[in-house]
Ligand binder design. Structure first.
Ligand code: SF4
Ligand code: SF4
Length: 505
């Protein structure tokens, strides 16, 4: 595609607007020109059995087992869960608790594999021909391959493919906005593997039964937009590229749908209710590999960046690789980072130790220097309203915060706490440096705990009432049986007395 065509892409047409949002310094230049590198196998892989929304997978291996690349080592259990596969060949050296890649630093069940360097494949999944496969067959293959939302949401993708059974769907949007500062791995994926991403998108569209595919890319990725526009008829479907403005949080599912289609998804509703399903670009690539080649999700692309990293990079890394190995592969740290995060600087999670592994939803490792990580003293709220203007969900962050600070969590929920998407725009713009979004996440956790306690109490009450009702019903039955027996005995006695009288005559 020539420069004038790229310029045409950068002139977004047929788009709508979203409220709020911010324009943080993107700092994508640190890695945007770093081609994807394959990270060498580490000595140890730590593979958590819970890398997705839903129930943790059940371990299928034990200490001492030899495993092959692609072998199923954790089986999904329950309706919302995901399979886990061995990212290479080696020996299982432990199945037990290991620190999670999460700010809590709590341990989670984890399979540890000592890699043997052979990278020997076990049997792959049977390949599918998407041209002839049914939607149910595609969804089943995606479930077998353990694919989850790779933009960070980690919701099992097969469940989203099956939404066709519940909603009349019309449109698939591939989320290639990548609005978080620093991250460029989706950009590189599309620039270097555009045909595979387009094919994955078409396979997803087939599974959903839709014939409209929109690739939504922010305007700061012209090469990616141009690269994928070449493949505009995958599987005979029509693929359109829509270049959306560079604005955070454009990658938020509901906001992207609104920008592209003009349809606003109500709070706590699904975009599928509007006929639209959104999948991430990396998820589309994983679907391509699973369906065409029978490869389960055992590696992913991520960006390693920040001023405290010696050599920022975009890497393909096996799931379970410890953060420390990845940082060492990138030349180590130049200084003690002020913030060490998995994900982007806006929504990423701080980690307690570099020993934690990367998981299916990890799209970045950031080591931010003191000059990059804003750390200023917090001051009182001056009610300037800047946070209200920035909030893409139309909430009043300062009011929610005031209620949380006074302990009125229910009040905070009444003014929209549960509709907050945790984007952090409010904290970013607050001139008083109030950590609003952290407070909201904490308060939502407390409310969820309270809800669960309330639910438990109600359940206990319901069970007690049911038991009393059951006991009363049994007692009533006994009383009725007794009364019946009494009346039968009385009738029998009367009969006998009458018979005796008759005999005496
Ligand atoms: S931006 Fe900060 S200071 Fe301004 S109203 Fe919101 S919380 Fe208060
Ligand atoms: S974190 Fe929540 S309250 Fe703050 S801007 Fe984002 S959606 Fe609004």
């Amino acid at each position: 595609m020539n420069l004038s065509s790229i310029a045409a892409f950068l002139n977004p047409v047929n788009l709508f607007s979203i409220r709020g949002g911010i324009h943080p310094e993107t700092r994508k230049f640190l890695t945007a020109d770093c081609a994807i590198e394959e990270m060498p196998l580490p000595k140890l892989l730590r593979i958590p059995l819970q890398q997705h929304i839903g129930a943790e997978a059940a371990a299928l291996v034990k200490r001492g087992d030899r495993v092959l690349k692609g072998q199923l080592i954790g089986k999904a259990r329950g309706p919302v869960s995901a399979n886990i596969h061995s990212p290479t060949s080696g020996t299982v050296v432990a199945v037990g608790e290991f620190v999670a890649p999460h700010p809590s630093g709590l341990p989670v069940p984890t399979v540890t594999i000592r890699t043997d360097g052979l990278d020997e494949w076990g049997p792959r999944l049977p390949r599918l021909r998407p041209e002839t496969a049914s939607p149910a067959e595609i969804a089943a293959q995606v479930a077998e391959a353990g694919i989850v939302g790779m933009g960070g949401a980690t919701f099992p993708s097969a469940i989203k493919l099956n939404l066709r059974d519940r909603y009349p769907l019309t449109t698939l949007i591939i989320n290639a906005a990548e609005c978080e500062p620093y991250l460029t791995c989706d950009d590189r994926l599309i620039r270097e593997h555009a045909e595979e991403v387009a094919d994955g998108a078409a396979i997803i569209a087939k599974a959903l039964g839709v014939d409209e595919i929109i690739i939504a890319i922010e305007s700061n990725k012209p090469q990616a937009a141009a690269a994928i526009a070449h493949f505009n008829q995958p599987l005979g479907l029509r693929l359109q590229v829509k270049v959306v403005p560079t604005q955070y949080p454009m990658g938020s599912e509901k906001h992207l749908v609104q920008m592209v289609t003009g349809k606003e998804t109500p709070a706590r509703a699904l975009t599928a209710e509007l006929g639209v399903v959104v999948h991430n670009a990396a998820t589309a690539h994983a679907v391509h590999l699973a369906v065409r080649y029978g490869e389960p999700l055992i590696s992913r692309l991520l960006t390693v960046s920040g001023r405290a990293i010696s050599r920022p990079a975009n890497l393909r890394v096996r799931i379970g690789t410890p953060v420390l190995d990845i940082i060492n592969h990138c030349g180590g740290l130049t200084e003690d980072p002020e913030r060490l995060l998995l994900g982007g600087p806006m929504m990423g999670q701080p980690i307690a130790t570099q020993r934690v592994p990367i998981v299916k939803g990890t799209n970045g490792i950031l080591a931010l220097s003191a000059s990059e990580a804003r750390k200023e003293d917090m001051m009182p709220c001056i009610r300037c309203g800047t946070c209200v203007q920035a909030c893409p969900c139309g909430l009043t962050p300062f009011e929610m915060n005031a209620r949380i600070q006074s302990g009125d969590l229910d009040g905070a929920a009444r003014v929209g706490l549960m509709d907050c998407v945790n984007c952090g725009c409010c904290s970013y713009v607050c001139p008083s440096n109030i950590p609003l979004v952290q407070g909201f996440a904490f308060a939502r956790g407390k409310l969820a705990e309270k809800q669960s306690r309330k639910h438990q109490q109600e359940e206990t009450k319901r069970l007690a009432a049911a038991r009393i009702a059951r006991e009363e019903a049994i007692a009533e039955k006994k009383r009725a049986a007794m009364a019946k027996r009494k009346s039968e005995m009385a009738a029998k006695k009367a009969e006998e007395a009458a018979a005796a009288q008759e005999a005496a005559k």
